[in-house]
Write a protein that binds this ligand. Sequence first.
Ligand code: SF4
Length: 324
Amino acid sequence: MSNMSTPILKLDGVSTNYQTLRGWVRATENVSFEIARGEAMGLVGESGCGKTTIALSILKILPPGAKIRKGKILFDGADIVPFSDSKMRKEIRWKGISIIFQGAMNAMNPVFKVGDQIIEAIRLHEPDVSKEEALKRTEALLEMVGVEPSRVSNYPHEFSGGMRQRALIAMALACNPKLLIADEPGTALDVIVQAQVLQLMRDLKEKLGLSMMMISHDLSIVAEVCEKLAIMYAGNVAEYGDVESVFKEPLHPYTQGLIKAFPTIKGERQKLVSIPGQPPDLLNPPTGCKFHPRCPYAMDICKKENPQLKKQGPGEHYVACHLY
Ligand code: SF4
């Protein structure tokens, strides 16, 4: 049974693997974190670190050949890993957890009016809702995301990039989900429009008490909206905690490198200092800590033992590194 103190989402040791011709790829390994009600968590890391696999695992929409091999995904207190596809469709997707995919700017069907696409989404998941009622809800949703309700009858090409992103947020909220997952929100937009979209996400979180998981390669974007951060490297959570602690005192050498790459939360983005080396091949990952070939502090033990996430300091701050 869930209650208000039950996290809306809790991952407990989730390992998702992909089967390829060359063998199993461990896309995520033993991933654990939780998101409280009304809280936003940023999942950050380079591309291929497993962050999108986490989102696909949570919604159980993994591609063929991919499998959650271990662990629990507790949504509102219930483990959804054993849920059938039809149970996921009826109870979880859209109504419980909704997602805005990366590159969603082109996700709207160009031949249908924006309003009709949102109405369709509502009626598909709530068949009892009449067309009139769905239209009213669509207009209210558009207004909530800052789009003039009269634009319901426009086609996607009549919307600017920013408006399309807003309409997609409205669509994701069509069935009142408890958790919204946004994969690289607004990355295709210019900086000013992106800032407006992030402001909208902050407002919605406040207004609706929405819980969010925001996926990005850019720490400064998630820090604008999220209270908590999980930093992923090569399928593992390297560091996890409150945004202030992780920013003020990054403990993992990888997080330290990421912060140097995106040094300010609010100000101008400085010259990008990249972390030397490449993320590892997950088919054949390095032994021990997967970051050791790139880590300036690597010790002997780092090549042998994969460090586990351990609590550091008095606040909510965890790190997986042998330095601690
Ligand atoms: Fe670097 Fe070792 Fe820490 Fe890995 S465990 S990040 S190699 S110091």
